[in-house]
Ligand binder design. Structure first.
Ligand SMILES: [Fe+2]
Length: 335
């Protein structure tokens, strides 16, 4: 690119009052309507943040050092930026905006940093945890559409920690995937498996995000939960989790993932259900087992997109902005 030929609007007189419009003008050649809009609003809010807080150079430097530390601790299996987004409530907010759910469907929640693509595809009834210290759990679920019809052949990803509160990827000596699997729903929409009862665990807090939590007097714990992700063409992808009602951290999740509709009871496993799903050997230890039942409801892609567009335009109209939907996302309506 010949930089001398680049046409940019003239900018002059940089001061606290003009820097924002000058910066936005310099970025205005961006040919993509959506990224141009997002960048414009980012600069606007970033500058307003500095103006409103009267940000000092020392504080600006502290912020840069913090973000640098967040980046430096990231590895292939440690995603500190997702953790930062989670503890600031941004992950939950973005999921709620991008995957709106009608009342009759299952709500989404944070993905978290521990989903992998390593899970083995297993058949119904598989025990997904190798942890012998965990309390055994039978999980029986259905997946349906908003009209109550079972959905078959949905790819379901499931992941949970071991009994010590660690995901497999957090063990340096791990031997293949553990506490996670992928499975497909049957013709009746049912999928079921054996696992261990989830436990509460702290998010990794030996890095900059942990220091931040300590600094604002927050604990790093997540209430006991099990993650689920649902994928089938034609349906809005659902990333969610279910949470143990009696967990001590149920009302103070470090990453804001808990929603009332996702709180569940782990019940004692009854003999009749055990007889249908457990081996004779497993049934000898019936009293140790718990049962989790949950019915998931997926929204069609079309319904989710319609709801997302309507929510976006209504929210922006309330802010006095005239917008249109472009490639499924709002941009200024300047025509
Ligand atoms: Fe988790």
């Amino acid at each position: 690119m010949d930089f001398s030929q680049v046409k940019l609007p003239p900018i002059m007189d940089m001061n606290a009052d003009t820097i924002t419009e000058n910066t936005i003008a310099m970025n205005s050649g961006n040919p993509d309507l959506r990224s141009k809009y997002v960048l414009e609003r980012l600069v606007h809010h970033l500058h307003d943040f500095a103006r409103e807080t009267r940000l000092s150079t020392a504080e600006w430097s502290q912020g840069i050092q913090f973000l640098t530390a967040v980046g430096q601790i990231c590895t292939d299996v440690r995603q500190e930026f997702i953790l930062l987004s989670d503890v600031l409530g941004l992950s939950l907010l973005v999921d709620a905006i991008d995957h709106p759910k009608p009342a009759a469907s299952t709500e989404g929640t944070v993905l978290g940093p521990f989903h992998t693509h390593e899970a083995e595809l297993v058949t119904p009834g598989t025990q997904i945890s190798k942890d012998e210290n965990g309390e055994p759990l039978l999980v029986i679920c259905t997946v349906k559409d908003t009209n109550g019809r079972p959905i078959d052949d949905v790819m379901v990803d499931i992941w949970e920690t071991d009994s010590g509160g660690f995901y497999d990827v957090q063990h340096a000596d791990k031997d293949g995937p553990d506490g996670r699997c992928a499975m497909r729903s049957g013709e009746d929409g049912v999928f079921w498996f054996k696992a261990i009862k989830p436990v509460s665990y702290p998010i990794p807090h030996d890095g900059p995000v942990g220091k931040f939590l300590m600094g604002v007097h927050r604990h790093p714990y997540r209430p006991a939960h099990m993650h689920f992700m649902f994928d089938k063409p034609g349906f809005d992808k659902l990333t969610t989790a279910v949470y143990d009602r009696i967990d001590p951290y149920i009302t103070s999740d470090a990453v804001f993932g808990v929603k009332d509709s996702l709180v569940v009871d782990f019940l004692p496993l009854d003999a009749a259900t055990a007889a249908q799903h457990l081996t004779e050997e497993e049934q000898k230890n019936l009293s140790a087992w718990s049962l989790l039942k949950y019915d998931f409801v997926l929204v069609s892609e079309k319904e989710a997109a319609g709801l997302r567009d309507a929510n976006s335009l209504a929210a922006l109209e309330a802010l006095g902005k005239r917008m249109k939907v472009y490639n499924g996302l709002p941009v200024p309506d300047v025509d």
